[in-house]
Design a protein around this ligand. Structure first.
Ligand code: NAD
Ligand code: TYD
Length: 353
């Protein structure tokens, strides 16, 4: 079996759903269920005998050690993190706590477990750390895309905390021999994306007739990847990646934020036209820019393509259509994550912890 951490978040839950669509190998999902964790994302697995959920923190060394000893995973895939740049600007402390100290404690628990494994399990064990392209900093319009050898130049508390976690993972390989893999992926989008990030926020606000807040001039560029393609990349790296190596993952889909918002509005205009006949683009509102806002991210994913044969299944055009349609089809999911009803249920079900 494998242990997934942070598997109730956006990417982790898509990864687990994707996993069980093709593979019966059991998964234990350890997630603290912060505001971003949502067990409802995994409701489809209620009758899946191979799926187990455990609420708890990657920073709880005794809990993680116990889980490892009980379930004897062949791999750990670490998604657990604080992930929103804007939140990291307002409150960096939890980012250091979870992304830096949490990863450190997780690595130590995993190292203890791995050191006690008999051969050949010790050889085949993997710790896969899911990270971001934001650790590389910001590109100008003409810079080449980020490759795995780019120097780290993180600019936000979020990206600095992820960069620190990547360094710890690297050091645990070089110093202790822990068989680690690191993936640095570009911006994801797709189903179950919490509506604080650009694409789901624009969809949800547009449908509610609220302003679509575009930071600054809206000409910042991100490289977008459909979340299920990120899931397939992680599976591929887990299966065939070389221990100690880093793999950049991206969709070769650079778009300005304004282009993204216009695309979302165009899809909504066609599928859910406004009663007054105006376009959703009339809701676009330029607001004060994010402090320290990175101008451009772009991923060179040549290594994972050539070495591991991975390519994304979706283009941006097919992926964004699926995404907008998913939000149109799941208003109850949006209403529940927005209303707090979901959080109340979590407290009832799992306690305040
Ligand atoms: P998310 O915020 O949606 O989910 C994070 C999950 O981690 C939540 O379920 C949360 O409850 C859980 N969590 C937080 N603290 C925890 C702790 N101490 N112990 C256990 N669980 C904890 O984030 P996401 O967008 O799904 O991102 C997942 C990972 O992928 C992160 O490491 C992030 O840095 C990375 N990443 C994200 C993107 C993106 O575009 N969203 C791109 C590249 C990499
Ligand atoms: P976001 O989804 O927060 O991801 P990240 O900051 O990790 O790239 O933001 C994507 C881009 O969209 C980023 O350039 C900031 C911008 N943005 C807005 O213009 N308005 C918004 O309301 C949000 C949330 C983001």
């Amino acid at each position: 079996m494998i242990l997934v951490t942070g598997g109730a978040g956006f990417i982790g839950s898509n990864f687990i759903l994707d996993w069980f669509a093709g593979d019966p190998e059991p998964v234990v999902n350890l997630d603290l269920l912060t505001y971003a964790g949502n067990v409802e994302n995994l409701a489809a697995l209620a009758d899946e005998p191979g799926y187990r959920f455990m609420r708890g923190s990657i920073g709880d060394s005794a809990l993680v050690a116990g889980l490892l000893a009980t379930h004897q995973p062949r791999a750990v895939v670490n998604f657990a993190a604080e992930s929103h740049v804007d939140r990291s600007i307002h409150g960096p402390g939890t980012f250091i706590e979870t992304n830096v100290l949490g990863t450190f404690r997780l690595l130590e628990a995993v190292r203890g477990y791995w050191a006690g494994l008999p051969e050949p399990q010790r050889q085949t064990f993997r710790f896969l750390h899911v990270s971001t392209d934001e650790v590389y900093g910001s590109l100008s319009a003409t810079d080449p895309a980020f490759s795995e050898t780019n120097r780290y130049e993180p600019n936000s508390p979020y990206s600095a905390s992820k960069a620190a976690s990547d360094h710890l993972v690297r050091a645990w390989h070089h110093t202790y021999g822990l068989p680690v893999l690191t993936t640095n992926c570009s911006n994801n989008y797709g189903p179950y994306h919490f509506p604080e990030k650009l694409i789901p926020l624009m969809i949800v606000n547009a449908l509610a007739g609220k302003p679509l807040p575009v930071y600054g001039d809206g000409l910042q560029i991100r490289d977008w990847l459909y979340v299920r393609d990120h899931a397939s990349a992680i599976r591929r790296v887990l299966a065939a990646g070389r221990p100690g190596e880093v793999y950049n993952v991206g969709g070769r889909s650079e778009r300005t934020n304004l282009a993204i918002v216009h695309t979302v509005c165009g899809l909504l205009d066609a599928r859910r036209p406004r009663r007054d006949g105006t376009s959703y683009t009339s809701l676009i509102t330029h607001v004060t820019d994010r402090p320290g806002h990175d101008r451009r991210y772009a991923i060179d994913c040549h290594k994972i393509e050539s070495e591991l044969g991975w390519t994304p299944a979706e283009t941006f055009e097919t992926g964004i259509e699926k995404t907008v349609q998913w939000y149109l089809d799941h208003p109850e999911w949006v209403a529940r994550v927005q209303s707090g009803a979901y959080r109340e249920w979590i407290e009832q079900q799992y306690g305040a912890g």
